[in-house]
Design a protein around this ligand. Structure first.
Ligand code: NAP
Length: 391
């Protein structure tokens, strides 16, 4: 619930602990209110009116804000505020996301002598922790995804990286200082690297949501062992689906690999290995109609795209591996996103906002791989170091 407060400058600063100054290009601002839900300071440039209606960009609640006394922040005051805030800054580089890109960035940041924090909303490691076996990282013939990511975290922490487990809700820029907002706190930083990765795409078919955790899974390495000796289906044709099918074939009686085309997107070498497995069957040019079962998965209803016929596979588990989607909505007001929600940034990892960089799968790019995530982490960290040195 947003509150409406009439506050003067000093009171506002005391209540919010927030710094505020003029917006770019404006000589003065009128403080109008602070939203106590999201702790965002609202400012208005409509000095002559008593009310202004604004939708809070964090909690999305439209509200009538009472106009305050309309005090001007002079240039002197503004500079004082800025200096004070700069003195309070804790971190040179704030990294949002603790996957491969984020942790690599932390290693590079710490080695360059920068105070670095990684803020992770869930588990450190990111997507690769679900990979049973990584075989395409240069110099490492074979390693499990979880071992790879734990080594990375260990390396980053031994170098002095600070870690926080909190969900990041947004970033705001206060006179060049980037404040990372989380559900509980705020982290002022000189630069920010967004390395939020991607999340599992859902099929969106009947039964999927209801039976998630009751036979429907998005992580074969996490849940595969529950299906020992049973029949399962893996949906998808990318590297994740292929790896999942291979992993599950070690536990399950039968693995159906269901793909909507008759060519795989994933690595050919895994496809070759799967063809040789007796308990793996390819079900190609087939789409999923529905996941069947009342309380647990009992089967999956499919459609043969070539003949148009529906058919059923009796399986106890359905592993969905149909790609990933970005989750960058909370940054949409700070950095530009493309139509699919990826952060617009090229190989230099620069976003539309100076001092904020994007690394790994969360940014627009052609190749989303472990190696490219690590490469981005290094590029973004070095760019952030340069930015910090120059500002
Ligand atoms: P992906 O490469 O995007 O593949 C997604 C697959 O799901 C595609 O085969 C796609 O079919 C299919 N699909 C998408 N939407 C679907 C729907 N609604 N219904 C049915 N099928 C659907 O995703 P990924 O396999 O998760 O891999 C993501 C990235 O991580 C890739 O770059 C991959 O190479 C990389 N990766 C690397 C490793 C490693 O060990 N280094 C491991 C896993 C993944 P179409 O082919 O018809 O589009």
């Amino acid at each position: 619930m947003c509150c409406r407060l009439r506050l003067d400058l000093r009171e506002l600063r005391r209540k919010s602990g927030a710094f505020f100054g003029s917006r770019e290009g404006t000589g003065s601002v009128s403080v109008v209110a602070i939203n106590t839900t999201c702790r965002r300071v609202h400012i208005s440039q409509k000095k002559r009116k008593n009310f202004t209606t604004k939708t809070c960009p964090v909690c999305r609640i439209a509200q009538d804000l009472l106009a305050g006394p309309g005090r001007k922040i002079t240039d002197v005051q503004r500079n004082k505020n800025l200096q004070k805030r700069k003195a309070e800054i804790m971190f040179d580089i704030g990294i949002v996301g603790g996957g491969t890109a984020g942790m690599t960035a932390a290693i590079y940041g710490q080695r360059a002598g920068k105070r670095t924090v990684i803020i992770e909303g869930g588990n450190f490691g990111g997507q690769i922790t679900s990979s049973p076996n990584v075989e395409n990282y240069p110099g490492i013939a074979s390693v499990s995804g979880s071992e790879f990511s734990m080594n990375l975290l260990d390396q980053a922490m031994k170098l002095g990286t600070e870690t926080v487990v909190e969900k990041v809700t947004g970033i705001r820029d206060e006179g060049g200082i980037k404040v990372i907002e989380t559900t509980g706190k705020e982290y002022p930083c000189r630069s920010v690297i967004l390395a939020t990765g991607v999340t599992h795409r859902h099929l969106g078919v009947p039964g999927e949501e209801k039976l998630t955790g009751a036979g429907v899974s998005y992580c074969a390495t996490c849940d595969g062992a529950f299906f020992r000796g049973r029949d399962v289906a893996v949906i998808g044709g990318g590297s994740t689906a292929l790896q999942d099918a291979e992993f599950l074939s070690n536990y399950c009686k039968k693995v159906y690999l269901v793909h909507r085309r008759d060519e795989f997107r994933g690595e050919e070498s895994i496809v070759r290995r799967l063809r040789e497995k007796e308990n793996v069957e390819f079900v190609l040019s087939a789409t999923v109609n529905e996941i069947l079962g009342d309380t647990v998965v009992e089967g999956v209803s499919l459609n043969n795209k070539k003949t148009g016929e529906d058919f059923r596979l009796d399986v106890a588990g359905v592993f969905i591996a149909v790609g990933q989607i970005p989750q960058n909505e909370q940054f949409a007001e700070t950095v530009k996103l493309d139509g699919a929600g990826f952060i617009l940034a090229s190989e230099d990892c620069m976003t539309s906002h100076p001092g904020i960089f994007a690394a790994g799968d969360c940014r627009t790019k052609e190749v989303r791989q472990l190696t490219t995530a690590a490469a981005d982490g290094a590029v973004a960290a070095l760019a952030a170091c340069r930015y910090v040195a120059e500002h």
